[in-house]
Design a binder for this molecule. Structure first.
Ligand code: GDP
Length: 596
């Protein structure tokens, strides 16, 4: 037909431009390319013949154009700047590598079931008959291309890794149950993936249920700013039933499409570096760690350095338990031969030889032996924000905002956003309703953010995590106070403040009445330590029933200054005797955040 739409295609064309010419989504073009057996990413050049086939498949008539004289194609490299592992590589040394995928989403929406279903059905080249070891990550093969799945789903582990400086994930699959829809942890997961700058693919799971409402889920997701392709957005969305094992190949294919667009590459011809996925001490084999190679190729016999741990790779196994001699980029391998057990999220790198590894490790160990700073400086605190900004270290104030009710969340968020200046942006990484939890603190630590609680408090675990991670947590009950503080912080006017340092917790196990002294609680110190004269509060369920000070502290009949975790003691509190079994006494002190 003559009216057929035509496109003029030069000898070579970048995928993105071909899509533009046809007014089509680059994703569709990449899909067509994949159907035609061509793996190309959005910035890749394809030749006229290939482009013409794709154009025709997509309903266009292709015609060649003579390239304009002297035209030079500039292929833009899109590589996330945050990726510490790739900085030294020249673009021409980089080749595509398998994407590393983590499943995020609300509890019980099916993450583990999906991971299991994929592992059972798609594990690559199956002479091992699908039998896999659990090493924290596994790989599948789809049409000759691999995908690496991190086996610990959920944003907690994902962000804990980031907080240690490791971003192991390239793509986040957001699992939403078709019956349940977007839930609080779905929102958290979205914020965590966004804060990490990781592209999100949506998997609407449990599609088999009679109560499944996938369209409602898409609607809810659009309220969160995730607009699926079908609705004119650019978020890939698949529907699966992990139980009935349907839709899984769609999921895998979409992951590969998203990987193409995201331009996930590495240089296999260099010394390896990457991330510790998990590690344990094995009675028989010594320290065993799963390493995910992020760049380069890891070989048996390589000398590695992981923080203050060193070693030579004595043996490597893939997730099927088969011994391998080398591991290319994105491959997880369990390695033996380390001097100790590293921590998940630590970075490993291959160094020249075993001696260098040992010396570097010893240096690091010595550094650690110096008396620890009692308080690690906050990554970001409102007080030093202005200085950091002046020093060019801070360009935006990142905030995690939690409030008791939706009605206060929005006004606080809006007013905070209005405070931003030309120099300093205000970026609310996550906002949600409910107490401040560990996951909020982790997100703050991983993203150099401060946590603001409006009429909500951190729970015990979050409090101590904030302490160890040095995260600035601020609690307010009046909007104008939040605004005032943040405004002052942006202008460098914030006065130093005091903050709580939690020293420990003791659980009340028995109550004794002592004549003349009232009631004393027989306690077990569950963490940290109890100290005499420390400040104390008593928590019962989630309420605080007392705020005051420790009046007496005894071990057996002796007065003592402190009692460490794992020991029993008697605690008397100033002006309080109304203990109940199961109460938790939190002992803390106040400390000035910035020196005067
Ligand atoms: P996770 O907490 O996200 O890892 O969720 P799980 O994988 O543990 O799944 C929670 C529950 O949902 C389990 O009882 C699963 O059997 C069930 N489940 C998972 N996927 C599906 C599905 O596709 N359909 C149905 N009907 N149930 C599912």
């Amino acid at each position: 037909m003559l009216q057929e739409k035509t496109v003029e295609i030069p000898d070579f064309i970048v995928v993105r431009e071909l899509a533009n010419l046809m007014g089509a989504s680059p994703i569709d073009v990449i899909k067509e390319l994949m159907n035609a057996g061509v793996m190309a990413n959005i910035n890749q050049r394809i030749d006229y013949e290939t482009a013409a086939i794709i154009a025709e498949e997509m309903g266009f008539e292709a015609r060649p154009v003579a390239p304009p004289e002297e035209e030079e194609e500039v292929v833009e490299e899109v590589r996330p700047a945050k990726e510490q592992f790739y900085v030294e590589d020249r673009p021409e040394d980089l080749v595509p590598r398998p994407p590393v995928v983590t499943l995020l989403g609300h509890v019980d929406h099916g993450k583990t079931t999906i991971l299991d279903a994929i592992r059972r059905t798609n594990v690559w080249s199956g002479e091992a008959g699908g039998i896999t070891q659990h090493i924290g990550a596994y790989q599948v093969e789809v049409d000759g291309r691999r995908i690496t799945f991190i086996d610990t789903p959920g944003h907690e582990a994902f962000t804990a890794m980031r907080a240690r400086g490791a971003q192991a994930t390239d793509i986040a699959v957001l699992v939403v149950a078709a019956d349940d829809g977007v839930m609080p942890q779905t929102r958290e997961a979205i914020s965590h993936a966004r804060a990490a700058g990781v592209p999100i693919l949506v998997d609407i799971n449990k599609i088999d249920l009679a109560s499944a409402q996938p369209e409602r889920v898409k609607q809810q997701l659009s309220n969160e700013g995730l607009i699926v392709e079908e609705w004119g957005g650019d978020v890939l969305c698949v529907e699966t039933s992990a139980i009935q094992k349907t839709g899984l190949s769609d999921l895998l294919e979409s992951i590969l499409v998203l990987a193409e667009i995201s331009d996930i590459t590495a240089n296999p011809d260099r010394e390896a570096m990457g991330t510790v996925i998990e590690a344990q001490l094995d009675q028989r084999r010594g320290a065993a760690a799963t390493l995910l190679v992020r760049n380069g190729t890891l070989h048996q016999g390589d000398a590695v350095l992981i923080d203050d741990i060193h070693g030579r790779i004595r043996a490597m196994f893939d997730f099927r338990g088969q011994q391998v001699e080398e591991a290319p980029p994105s491959m997880p391998v369990e390695v033996l031969g380390l001097s100790g057990v590293p921590v998940a999220g630590d970075t490993f790198r291959v160094v020249e030889d075993k001696r260098a590894a040992r010396e570097l490790a010893e240096e690091r160990a010595q550094e650690k032996e110096r008396p620890p700073d009692s308080q690690r400086p906050s990554l970001v605190s409102l007080e030093d924000l202005f200085q950091q900004m002046e020093a060019g270290e801070a360009k935006e104030l990142r905030i995690i905002l939690k409030a008791d009710v939706q009605g206060s969340l929005e006004p606080v968020a809006n007013s905070l956003e209005r405070l931003e200046t030309d120099e300093l942006k205000v970026n609310i990484l996550h906002q949600g309703i409910g107490h401040i939890g560990e996951s909020d603190i982790m997100l703050a630590a991983a993203s150099q953010a401060v946590v603001i609680g409006f009429n909500v408090e951190p729970d015990g675990a979050a409090r101590s995590l904030a302490e160890t991670e040095g995260v600035d947590v601020r609690i307010y009950d009046l909007i104008y106070r939040v605004i005032e503080d943040v405004d002052k912080a942006l202008k460098g006017l914030l006065e130093p403040v005091y903050r709580e340092v939690v020293l420990g917790h003791a659980e009340v196990r028995a109550i004794f009445h002592i004549p003349d002294r009232g009631n004393v609680a027989g306690c077990y110190v569950t963490d940290g330590q109890a100290v005499r004269n420390g400040l104390a509060r008593v928590r019962r369920d989630s309420r605080v029933v007392y705020e005051g000070r420790v009046a007496s502290l005894r071990r057996f009949t002796e007065d003592v200054a402190e009692v460490r975790s794992g020991y029993e003691c008697g605690v008397g509190l100033e002006g309080f005797g109304d203990f109940e079994e199961g109460d938790v006494i939190e002992i803390y002190r106040m400390e000035q955040v910035t020196p005067p």
